[in-house]
Ligand binder design. Structure first.
Ligand code: BDR
Ligand code: CA
Length: 304
């Protein structure tokens, strides 16, 4: 089993990625930490607790950063809806799972107490992870690796050049990427290839409670793509951990543009070694779409 901490801003695709992790026996999900991103920290935290209630799971949840390190939060409620998980009736949040400490402290405690090194899977802006590494640097030697959804090799989905999770908190992303830790980036480029076609999405509603939830949420999420094929961004991080062969990957030096007038939040992935820097990340450059789709559908079928 992979001891795992999920740092998340649920978020429709986050909800699905969390299901694929908590129902998979290959993971031991120890902690879920929330961050402001798709919607406010109040909403992402409530959503994480609602997901635990709906999934019937008891993973502790710790509330994290309410704002990016320096910038104002620019959320994605236009895509995920006002609550962040619009389109499905969830049960009341399981508030008893909410820890009485900040996400950064909860991560430190979990990582330092663990007998084995812990893997961290951030699928939202990297604010909490940057704060963790700066506040408690002793955790670095106890983190197995960071497998995150964020960044892009080519262009963006929020700014022209910036992927949403990095766009929201570029300074945090820079801290994480330059931390020296073993980092894998499930990028937008891979995510864009993970198209779940309409005939598969239609099947979801008869595939148990997670399938039904995913079906209903997806009708609301990126409405236009429900008919043309849905892209599973955050699930790519789960797939990178379990089935890395589904992706084309390369090691590269990656940094984050934090000063650019037009490009803030752009991940600069030096595929050709122009900057003469050692690689600091493994980057997905593409995905085997059909195989990903099979993996995804099979994963949802096993969420029970
Ligand atoms: C990322 O942005 C968010 O809206 C999604 O949840 C995902 O983490 C994709 O760019
Ligand atoms: Ca997310």
């Amino acid at each position: 089993q992979i001891p795992l901490i999920i740092d998340t801003d649920p978020g429709i695709d986050d909800a699905v990625a969390i299901a694929l992790a908590v129902f998979n026996p290959r993971f031991d999900v120890r902690l879920i930490t929330t961050v402001a991103g798709n919607v406010s920290i109040e909403a992402t935290t409530t959503n994480a607790l609602k997901l635990m209630a709906y999934y019937g799971k008891d993973v502790p949840v710790a509330r994290g950063a309410a704002e990016p390190l320096i910038r104002q939060l620019d959320d994605a409620s236009d895509i995920h809806g006002k609550t962040g998980m619009e389109g499905f009736d969830f049960p009341e949040p399981k508030t008893e799972l909410l820890l009485d400490k900040h996400a950064v402290e909860a991560m430190r405690d979990e990582i330092m107490a663990s007998a084995e090194p812990v893997t961290v899977m951030p699928i939202g802006p990297l604010t909490n992870i940057a704060l963790l590494l700066k506040t408690f640097p002793e955790v670095k030697s106890r983190i197995e690796r960071i497998v995150l959804m964020g960044g892009s090799v080519t262009r963006g989905n929020k700014g022209v050049m910036a992927e949403f999770n990095i766009f929201v908190d570029p300074e945090a992303a820079k801290i994480v990427l330059t931390s020296g830790l073993d980092i894998t980036m499930a990028t937008l480029d891979a995510g864009l290839g993970t198209v779940i076609p309409p005939e598969k999405t239609a099947q979801l509603k008869d595939m148990g409670k997670v399938g039904l939830m995913a079906h209903d949420l997806f009708q609301r999420y990126r409405k236009r793509s429900f008919g043309t094929g849905l892209k599973m961004y955050d699930a790519c991080a789960v797939a990178c951990l379990l089935e890395p062969d589904l992706f084309d990957m390369t090691k590269a030096f990656v940094d984050v543009e934090i000063a650019g007038e037009l490009t803030a939040g752009c991940t600069v992935v030096d595929l050709k070694g122009y900057l003469k820097r050692e690689p600091n990340a493994t980057v997905t450059t593409g995905v085997h779409a059909d195989r990903f789709c099979d993996w995804f559908m099979d994963g949802i079928a096993h969420c029970a």
